[in-house]
Design a binder for this molecule. Structure first.
Ligand SMILES: Cc1cc2nc3c(=O)[nH]c(=O)nc-3n(C[C@H](O)[C@H](O)[C@H](O)COP(=O)(O)O)c2cc1C
Ligand code: SF4
Ligand code: SF4
Length: 250
């Protein structure tokens, strides 16, 4: 029976999903995408040995986001081969790839490789064109090698510490809404934390500052145009200007 390829993704601004799609393409294309970014799509799911799962999440404070962790708990394997990928914003990935690989193993997956790849940071103007074509070519090469590893090959050596560092929480920035808002409701439906009220403006404390609403608002109404954020973003952009590379663990 042909192996089926599944993407399981939590990706508020789409970087992780781009990486997972490139990997899936290299392996013949995804048979299905389970996108757990938005609440309500986290129905329990079980895979078997004939499947290959590509599991990915961004790095938040050196960990995988707590919301991703919670949603991934519903995804089970049965000695199912799996590649894990975290996308980080050019600062550091810290314990996130190790945490995601551990979580996959605890859920019944056989982790064949891990990737920590650079994507545009949520804040400021850092590596704004990444992942670019060169990054995605590296992801494809990794996927090919990792998927071809024999079942009984030693587990990949993934850097990081246990217990993991404190992290995985969202930030404290709460996006604003300008008068350009046409109340289309997209941001309300697409918020990973269900944090935007029906008025399309009021944002609850559960907001994880992922900026999905800012990036996807068709009217350009969601924004973070306040001095406190703009000053932080300028300094952060300068601090993280030096390019970091993708890393792959097999
Ligand atoms: C709350 C928060 C914390 C973050 N923490 C880190 C971090 O510790 N290290 C890093 O390099 N990037 C960090 N980032 C940037 C994201 O990891 C990066 O932009 C990633 O590519 C986003 O993935 P996505 O597009 O799949 O959501 C953080 C972003 C947010 C919103
Ligand atoms: S996506 Fe933009 S225009 Fe649509 S409701 Fe949200 S803020 Fe308003
Ligand atoms: S309201 Fe907060 S959690 Fe929801 S999409 Fe916007 S930034 Fe992300």
């Amino acid at each position: 029976m042909k192996q089926k390829i599944w993407i399981v993704s939590f990706s508020p601004t789409g970087n992780t999903l781009k990486t997972l799609k490139a990997m899936a393409e290299e392996l013949g294309g995804a048979d299905g995408i389970i996108d757990l970014t938005v609440p309500g799509h986290a129905a329990p799911r079980a895979f078997d040995r004939e499947d290959l799962v590509l599991l990915g999440a961004p790095v938040y404070g050196g960990r995988i986001p707590a919301l991703a962790r919670e949603r991934f708990l519903n995804i089970r394997g049965n000695q199912t081969p799996c590649l894990v990928a975290v996308s980080y914003g050019n600062r550091d990935f810290d314990d996130a790839p190790l945490e995601l690989a551990d979580l996959a193993a605890q859920n019944g997956f056989l982790v064949k490789g891990a990737a920590a790849v650079v994507g545009r940071h949520t804040y400021g103007e850092i590596q704004v064109t990444r992942p670019d074509e060169a990054d995605l070519a590296e992801d494809r090469a990794f996927a090919r090698k990792a998927a071809a590893r024999p079942e009984h090959a030693p587990a990949p050596v993934i850097p990081g510490n246990r217990p993991y560092k404190d992290g995985g929480k969202g930030g404290n920035f709460r996006p604003l809404t300008s008068d350009a808002c046409v109340r289309c409701g997209l941001c309300v439906r697409q918020c990973p934390a269900n944090a935007i009220a029906e008025d399309c403006r009021t944002i609850a404390g559960s907001c994880i500052s992922c900026f999905r609403c800012i990036r996807s608002c068709p009217a350009g109404a969601k924004n973070m145009n306040v001095k406190e954020y703009l000053d932080f973003a300028a300094a952060f952009t300068e601090k993280l200007a030096a390019r970091r590379e993708n890393q792959y663990f097999l």
